[in-house]
Design a protein around this ligand. Structure first.
Ligand code: CP3
Length: 355
């Protein structure tokens, strides 16, 4: 395996000195890129694209051909685990993900097993191996999973939700059923992410997109506790290097100290928190990733640059910042604006890393 040419992203996650602030974009491979739409059309549907290692590799690399990004992220989805558990994932055009067989009761939870990462999920590991080979050491590859709570919301609601009434009903009426589901999901995520590391992932990220809809106590009991179990169970080194783990709870700003205390290496921030405050609170324990509002990419390149400058100034001098959007890039963003964003992070961050 070729040695890593650009390890800026890995160094920043470990709060080691770098020449500039590394940057990647959540959902950097996706529908805002015409070349993505063309490859997806070739694959048929989204899951066929995920299951085809060569095409999944192609769309992973597409944003890197356009922009000098500091990391690649595996092209896949968080819902591969529930799909492998037999729930029957499908995508209704314009509707987002759906499950044919959602989890409704204790008997459904009892039937669920931990999927074999080289069995039902072997297509994901094939994609990781193919991408690592084709990346040729240019930048590190990020592997990922959803958090148990976030995966459970989709499994119990049967798809995307706004009010989360079904899962909250289970949480309050039958907490032990939900805990059993979350525990099976945590075990599944541990074996899935460890298999991604064995296949070549050099950094790991856990997306807790919906932890922020919980009360503080329930966030701890039903989301964070399971992410902490995962952090404990992960392989943290590969090829003689540490494999950093980033936890991202959207809307989780009020719980930063608790998230940092799990033992993760970095915490992802959405845009509802000031990065200077976040650094004051947890910057001596973890690196921070974020935190530009993805809608800012609708603004002019000048306005984008101003926003980048403000976030860099907020974080201030020294290592430990990975620039990113606070959530996924919107599908109708102009690719040129994403390019202007990445270029300004690289250019404007250098003075913050000088001696
Ligand atoms: O480039 C990358 O970031 C890697 C690929 C990636 C996808 N999904 C591809 C995808 C990653 C990291 C994800 C994570 C994911 N998936 C999350 C967590 C992050 C977040 O956004 O909060 C969640 C909640 C999902 C579940 C999911 N998958 C939803 C809600 C949807 C539909 C919404 C949408 O954007 O269409 C998906 C589908 C999906 N996953 C697409 C992509 C590129 C769009 C599918 C298409 O091509 O039509």
């Amino acid at each position: 395996m070729k040695p890593l040419k650009n390890d800026t992203y890995l160094r920043a996650l470990l709060r080691q000195p770098t020449d500039y602030t590394p940057v990647w974009m959540m959902r950097q491979a996706g529908r805002y890129l015409p070349e993505y739409k063309a490859t997806r059309a070739q694959a048929g549907d989204f899951m066929s694209l995920c299951r085809n290692a060569e095409l999944a590799c192609e769309v992973t690399l597409q944003p890197l051909r356009r922009f000098p990004l500091d990391a690649a992220i595996l092209f896949s989805d968080i819902l591969t685990i529930p799909d492998a558990m037999g729930l029957g994932l499908y995508f209704e055009t314009g509707e987002g993900p759906r499950f044919e067989r959602p989890v409704t009761c204790a008997a459904d939870v009892a039937r669920i097993g931990v999927p074999d990462p080289e069995g039902e999920l072997g297509y994901v590991m094939n994609a990781v191996r193919t991408i690592r080979r084709e990346l040729q050491g240019e930048v590190p590859l990020i592997g990922f999973s959803g958090s148990p709570w976030t995966l459970a919301t989709y499994m119990v609601e049967g798809g995307s939700s706004k009010a989360f009434t079904k899962i909250k009903k289970m949480m309050y009426a039958e907490p032990q059923t939900l805990h059993l589901l979350l525990d099976k999901l945590a075990d599944s995520v541990i074996s899935y992410l460890n298999a991604q590391v064995a296949a070549g992932a050099q950094s790991l990220m856990i997306f807790d997109t919906w932890g922020g809809v919980l009360t503080p106590r329930d966030y701890n009991d039903f989301s964070l506790q399971y992410m902490a179990k995962i952090v404990d169970g992960l392989t943290r080194a590969s090829d003689g290097r540490r494999v950093p783990v980033t936890l991202f709870t959207k809307n989780g700003g009020q719980w930063l100290e608790a998230i940092a205390a799990t033992g993760c290496d970095a915490v992802g921030l959405d845009w509802t928190i000031n990065i200077a405050d976040a650094k004051r609170r947890v910057g001596d324990k973890v690196a921070l990733q974020g935190n530009m509002d993805p809608s800012m990419l609708y603004a002019s390149p000048e306005r984008i640059e101003q926003e980048v400058a403000g976030i860099l100034e907020g974080f201030g001098h020294g290592p430990g910042h990975v620039f990113n959007l606070g959530h996924g890039i919107h599908l109708d963003v102009e690719p040129e604006h994403a390019g202007a964003f990445i270029e300004s992070v690289h250019r404007l961050s250098r003075p913050y890393h000088a001696e």
